[in-house]
Design a protein around this ligand. Sequence first.
Ligand SMILES: C[S@@+](CC[C@H](N)C(=O)[O-])C[C@H]1O[C@@H](n2cnc3c(N)ncnc32)[C@H](O)[C@@H]1O
Length: 242
Amino acid sequence: MFTPHGPTLRELATQALSSTQRGYDLLAPKFDHTPYRTSDRVLDAVAGALRPLGPFRAGLDVCCGTGAGVGVLRELCRERVTGVDFSAGMLDRARAAHAPGGSSPELHWVRADARALPFVPSFDLAVSFGAFGHFLPAERPALFAGVHRALRPGGRFVFPIPAPPPVGSPPYWELWAFDTAMRVRNLLWRPRFIMYYRTFRLTDVVAELTRTGFTVELSPLEEFGRQPGGAPRCRLVTALRP
Ligand SMILES: C[S@@+](CC[C@H](N)C(=O)[O-])C[C@H]1O[C@@H](n2cnc3c(N)ncnc32)[C@H](O)[C@@H]1O
């Protein structure tokens, strides 16, 4: 699962016993060698779906980490790309990985908690990859409201969401076991490390985005194929600020 350049088991254990923010500060130097960084396959699929809608003026990568989504936005946005994350360590790595230059858009890095995003309506595209498991369901309204506030009218908040594994399948039990272990850890240990795989459910998320004021569209990311019943393995959620 990890390359030789990735974190050791001991480092992972230390990170897992820290807060979410501190855990990412510690993981940052090796994050790009872990499977937690969003894969190029996912990034390319999302970029491909967004390309016909662009170019965009200003893009925001919410929970940018080391800048996986910033790479997508740099290709799609003409004027300005901003990555926001609460981990200073992750932002340092992102800054180092994304040198500004050429005719590419201006780059900005903002350290902020995504549950209280500090932006006025100034973006026409927001994306987020691989981070929603870090938000408790009760925290999502604040997260979605902050993104809504950051978008200009007509702006879009776009992210991929994989279909959950079939109930009873080996991956289903793996995710179930992970979430259960995290719940026990968070009952017994402070500070909490919030990361759950099974809390970000499509129907809940669509309802919450709609309550926030977005108009939501779902489209299949066909690159990832279909499940035996015909449903897409991965969808793109597009939440439009009307
Ligand atoms: C799994 S990493 C994903 C990073 C990147 N988006 C990617 O796809 O590779 C999750 C990121 O979310 C950030 N994060 C988690 N909770 C956050 C919060 N409340 N506010 C801001 N950033 C947060 C972490 O610091 C981390 O960089």
